[in-house]
Ligand binder design. Structure first.
Ligand code: ATP
Ligand code: MG
Length: 720
């Protein structure tokens, strides 16, 4: 066995134990910032260095593509170039790759389309219409949610119909679910859920295929295990069955995806599933100040169900957390902007050190406007992503057709885009014919003269079919992707129609399409055997966080969900109001407060040095100003680590807000600590059950003692 690598000394004793752990299941449940991801990274490097496995015998599953890329880079630094051959990525990307190889066995071909959430919603909408339901009454979004939940629980349409129908909505769900599954298969398309459940179907059906992958993956490692759902749990257990070298790391307190079917029991039950599992705790936090850690701890303690964990840090006490009490969302954005400028001057931060975290995407808008006005560079993560823009999806739909013409959803998307006189009525006729004959729309279009439609439309269809066929031939003859794309944009008239429209909007669309061309060129440059299929697969799996560029000196704006696993020197958690964070209920579904609280815990624990909370007393909604109550979470934070600063514009608007001020005072834990004047009060509601226990290096000291002289980096010297 080779000598131990030096890099093992980058780790503490507990971490080293986890990295050195030999064969058999390994469970690491530990608090935020304790080095879980670091342990996974080093363990992989160690396994390879110690020749326990070659890189392509290791399967590592991460929550975002970005996390995978970073991990790969880091492993590359530790052990060199061979890291590139690791099987590493999100569940979706790894299993879509496996499915490309094996698709034919389950009735798909390897060029299957991947439907994003929008595509599958559109497909559901179309099916509703065909079956005489009104999509305004039966919301496609709700059906999609239900279907997705069923899929992730591995309940297929037949079972759903048999066992889960108790109401009219259930009945409709069962009907639509069944048709939806058939429709996707017919279109040679898979949605995101299929990428997880089709492998299970495949492995159940073909023992030898399962055996092949079981043999291949000697070691399987999973990050953020608390957010895996039933399907992910099932597929990894199948793969790990032979060697049982499954290493999972996670934090039950950071489980924030139950709305997508994530099941916290997967991590809680690991010891039951694998009786001989070794459990290693990690207890030192390397990320945050003591004050931040204390705030996090006081929050998570309010939840009833948490595993007992210890977390301590050697880091400084740090500054108090500042609560910004704002008049409205503009006031909020202005004050955050001012703080960013101030901290930048006083602490030598650059813009890249800051993050603004919010509960919902739309909250970014006011920040964007303000930051632009004030010359603060920022990068927005999430929201309507580049690849979800209409024009980009249109071009991608064209490209998809070149390899998968039977994909009716994509075909319908662009058949009359730009307008070529194939109107709704003709389309209705063609689609009906497709359904009646059981053929794909493409088949019907190819023999359009047999369908009885309006002659000009018939001619347009013929031109369209000829164009697609010509481009398909180009592709088959090895013409470069970028050239095929350019030709497509010209022949389809898509670019021309944008140029002719000549509006600011159409110009932006044109620029976006040029940017897509760049992406295709790069892809061809980077990949020797770049196929259209591989390109489409890669971009259909791009997720929100992937576009976040760590090295860009710009303030990052993202949702708390997208911030999972990341860290920033200074963090602003904004919009801390009732019905926003925690969210308000939607579709009459009850809000899961414990999950919202975990989300708040995730937000807090992203911060390394400086943490701000902010809330508004009023906010615009549907064009009207509405009063807002501060979030209950603000009142749950241990009062001795926060100070509140009320904005000047509140005092100006004092009269208007006298009543909301009262409602703001219902915080019985009294954490409106005015810096250097008021005594901190201790949180009386501390529950002792579970939670993360925090130790300070000074065992009899709290980070902020009453009467202590303190030096605040921004506010100067003062006394608590
Ligand atoms: P989260 O729960 O938020 O995902 P985590 O447990 O995965 O956090 P990491 O991101 O791995 O934590 O580590 C947090 C920070 O601490 C990182 O900057 C990491 O490099 C650093 N760190 C972890 N372990 C050590 C160590 N032994 N020495 C120095 N720094 C460390
Ligand atoms: Mg992590």
């Amino acid at each position: 066995m080779p000598q131990e690598p030096d890099f093992i000394h980058d780790l503490n004793k507990q971490q080293q134990r986890a990295v050195r752990h030999g064969e058999g299941p390994l469970l690491i449940v530990a608090g935020a910032g304790s080095g879980k991801t670091r342990v996974l990274t080093y363990r992989i490097a160690y396994l390879i260095q110690q020749q326990k496995a070659t890189p392509n015998e290791i399967l590592a599953l991460t929550f975002t593509n970005k996390a995978a890329t970073e991990m790969k880079e880091r492993i590359g630094e530790l052990i060199g170039d061979q890291a590139r051959r690791l099987w590493m990525g999100t569940f979706h990307s790894v299993f879509s790759k496996i499915l490309r190889y094996e698709a034919e066995k389950i009735g798909f071909n390897s060029d299957y389309s991947i439907y994003d959430t929008d595509d599958s919603k559109n497909a559901i909408k179309q099916i509703l219409r065909e079956n005489s339901y009104d999509p305004k009454e039966i919301k496609p979004r709700i059906l999609q949610r239900r279907i997705s939940d069923a899929k992730n629980e591995l309940i297929h349409p037949g079972q759903y119909n048999e066992k889960f129908v108790h109401s009219t909505l259930d009945e409709i769900t069962a009907t639509i679910y069944d048709i939806y599954v058939q429709r996707l298969k017919h279109n040679n398309a898979m949605d995101f859920d299929d990428l997880l459940i089709k492998p299970i179907e495949l492995f159940n059906k073909y023992d030898e295929v399962l055996a092949k992958y079981q043999d291949r993956f000697k070691y399987i490692l999973i990050d953020e295990y608390q957010d895996t759902n039933h399907a992910q749990y099932t597929v990894t257990n199948m793969l790990a069955e032979k060697y049982k070298n499954l290493c999972v790391v996670g934090d039950d307190a950071q489980s924030i995806y139950s709305f997508r079917g994530a099941d916290i029991r997967n991590i809680l039950d690991f010891k039951n599933d694998y009786e001989d599992a070794v459990k290693i705790p990690l207890e030192q936090n390397y990320r945050s100040t003591k004050a931040i850690l204390k705030a996090a701890d006081s929050i998570i303690k309010k939840n009833d169900s948490q595993l007992d964990k210890t977390l301590w840090t050697d880091n400084d006490t740090g500054d108090m957390i500042t609560v910004l009490d704002n008049y409205d969302e503009r006031d909020e954005a202005n004050r955050v902007a001012d703080y960013i400028q101030k901290l930048k001057r006083r602490k030598g931060y650059d813009f890249g050190d800051f993050a603004i975290l919010y509960r919902t995407n739309y909250q970014s808008r006011v920040f964007e406007e303000t930051f632009r006005r004030k010359g603060i560079t920022y990068q927005l993560v999430g929201g309507l992503s580049f690849y979800q823009r209409k024009e980009i999806k249109d071009v991608l739909a064209y490209l998809t057709l070149l390899i998968n013409p039977h994909d009716d959803t994509n075909l319908r998307r662009i058949i009359n885009e730009p307008s070529r006189g194939i109107g709704n009525k003709s389309m209705q006729g063609l689609m009906l014919r497709a359904r009646e004959t059981g053929q794909s729309l493409w088949e019907i279009l190819k023999n359009v003269e047999e369908a009885d439609i309006y002659t000009p439309a018939e001619n347009s269809v013929k031109d369209f079919v000829a164009m697609i066929n010509e481009l398909k031939r180009d592709l088959a003859n090895g013409k470069k992707l970028i050239d095929v794309t350019k030709k497509l944009l010209e022949k389809s008239g898509y670019m021309k129609s944008l140029v002719e429209e000549n509006s600011p909007k159409s110009m932006t669309r044109r620029e976006n399409i040029l940017e897509l061309e760049n992406a295709i060129s790069y892809f061809e440059k980077d990949n020797a055997n770049a196929t259209l299929s591989a390109f489409l697969q890669e971009i259909s799996l791009i997720t929100d966080t992937d576009k976040y560029d760590e090295d860009k000196p710009a303030v990052t704006m993202m949702t708390v969900h997208a911030a999972k696993g990341l860290e920033f020197p200074a963090v602003f958690v904004v919009g801390l109001e009732e019905e926003l964070f925690p969210v308000g209920s939607r579709d009459n579904e009850e809000v899961n407060i414990e999950e919202e609280r975990r989300l708040f815990y995730v937000a807090i624990t992203r911060a390394q040095q400086d943490l701000f909370f902010s809330h508004c007393r009023s906010r615009y909604k549907y064009g009207e100003e509405q009063r807002k109550k501060r979030s209950r979470f603000l009142d749950e934070v241990s009062s001795d680590v926060v100070r509140t600063e009320t904005g000047a514009s509140i005092k100006q608007n004092d009269n208007a807000f006298s009543s909301s001020k009262n409602s703001n005072q219902n915080n019985n834990s009294g954490n409106h600590v005015e810096y250097d004047r008021q005594k901190p009060q201790y949180n009386k509601n501390n529950k002792s059950s579970g939670g993360t226990k925090i130790h300070y290096d000074n065992p009899d000291g709290d980070p902020f003692q009453v009467g202590a002289q303190v030096e605040h980096n921004v506010f100067g010297p003062g006394k608590i």
